[in-house]
Design a binder for this molecule. Structure first.
Ligand SMILES: Cc1cc2nc3c(=O)[nH]c(=O)nc-3n(C[C@H](O)[C@H](O)[C@H](O)COP(=O)(O)O)c2cc1C
Length: 320
């Protein structure tokens, strides 16, 4: 059993936080397949401070998704810790701080991966937040801001000293965004440098690559991002492979179809009919990637406006 602070994880396989992807419906599907921890989409501390109404959906949590981690981004230690205090009553178990987001409008404000350049500020944000709440606080970082400043080891030590319960390391710099190969060696170096649990992240796409990352880096837990898009079954594969060594069968076309429909129903319940069905378009493209008939389906998915249309399209295109 893995632990982050006082939170027990049934297994070390974590769904990465992904804005626009890891909303409540998708997290519930990953939980069903056995993800050890679910990470929510990042939320701006400033947006919460100004009570921006768009944040309401981002903060929705279902009791069944336990354990779940809520991620804040921001650069003001006072605002971050105050907001952490205000949201603490929500039913999440871990509070994560984003120090990896590469998006220009976030970086321009000195938030996300820009914090990798400010070790003193990192200490302040983490320390104030840890002191403000009783739930464990974790931090997600990158290899560094750029190759010349690949300071994940230094930042991870600062984070540990500031009282964080774990650190997640994405083995790419901000400069790389999501391209190139993730550097797993930096994860190994962070693991050697700190005693808090280290979560390895970047380019895990299968049970084999998860095992390889664990072996090469010694990381305590593995975080999976893009490989889970349209593929919540990856968590079933990871778990079963770790326990029995084999691979569970891939979902049948019918299982994928039923999952897409269940996903669509949850999206519509969560975001309303109009937004919910639109939100499903990208998920359907991910779910059906590589399947027979998928290119035709992808050409048509963007005109789907209702659940019935989706049901018909999937019945036509995805053979049971
Ligand atoms: C669409 C998308 C949205 C993301 N949003 C977030 C986010 O909100 N917070 C965060 O810390 N990382 C975010 N990430 C980064 C992922 O958590 C992860 O670090 C990255 O995708 C590398 O892991 P992977 O190779 O398993 O995909 C996002 C990545 C993608 C592709």
């Amino acid at each position: 059993m893995k632990k982050i602070g006082n939170v027990e994880l049934e297994n070390p396989y974590i769904l990465a936080p992904m804005a626009g992807v890891t909303d409540l419906p998708f997290r519930l599907l990953c939980k069903e397949q056995g993800a050890g921890l679910l990470c929510m989409e990042m939320v701006s501390a400033k947006a919460l401070q100004y009570k921006n109404k768009n944040t309401k959906l981002l903060l929705a949590i279902h009791p069944e998704e336990y354990p779940v981690s809520l991620q804040l981004f921001g650069s003001d230690p006072y605002i971050m810790s105050e907001i952490a205090k205000q949201v603490e009553e929500l039913p999440f178990q871990i509070l994560d701080i984003n120090m990896g987001c590469p998006v220009p409008k976030v970086v321009k404000n000195g938030e996300g991966s820009a914090l990798m350049k400010e070790p003193d500020l990192v200490y302040d944000i983490v320390n104030k937040t840890v002191k403000a709440i009783s739930k464990p606080v974790t931090v997600k970082i990158r290899k560094g801001f750029d190759e010349e400043h690949a300071n994940a080891v230094e930042i991870a030590k600062v984070i540990e000293e500031a009282g964080a319960a774990a650190v997640a390391v994405h083995g790419r710099t901000r400069e790389q965004y999501y391209s190139g190969k993730a550097d797993w060696d930096i994860i190994r170096r962070v693991k050697e440098a700190v005693s808090i649990p280290v979560i390895g992240n970047g380019d895990v796409v299968s049970a084999e690559s998860a095992a390889a990352m664990q072996e090469q880096t010694g990381c305590d837990m593995v975080m999976i991002g893009r490989a889970a898009q349209g593929n919540p079954w990856i968590f079933r594969e990871l778990r079963e492979h770790a326990i029995h060594g084999g691979y569970p069968p891939r979902p049948t076309a019918e299982e994928v179809r039923q999952t897409m429909l269940a996903h669509a129903r949850m999206q519509m319940e969560y975001k309303g009919d109009y937004l919910g069905i639109r939100e499903m378009r990208k998920h359907v493209a991910w779910y059906t990637k590589g399947m027979k008939g998928s290119s035709k389906l992808r050409a048509q998915i963007n005109s789907v406006e209702s659940y019935e249309e989706l049901e018909h399209l999937l019945a036509d295109r995805i053979a049971g």
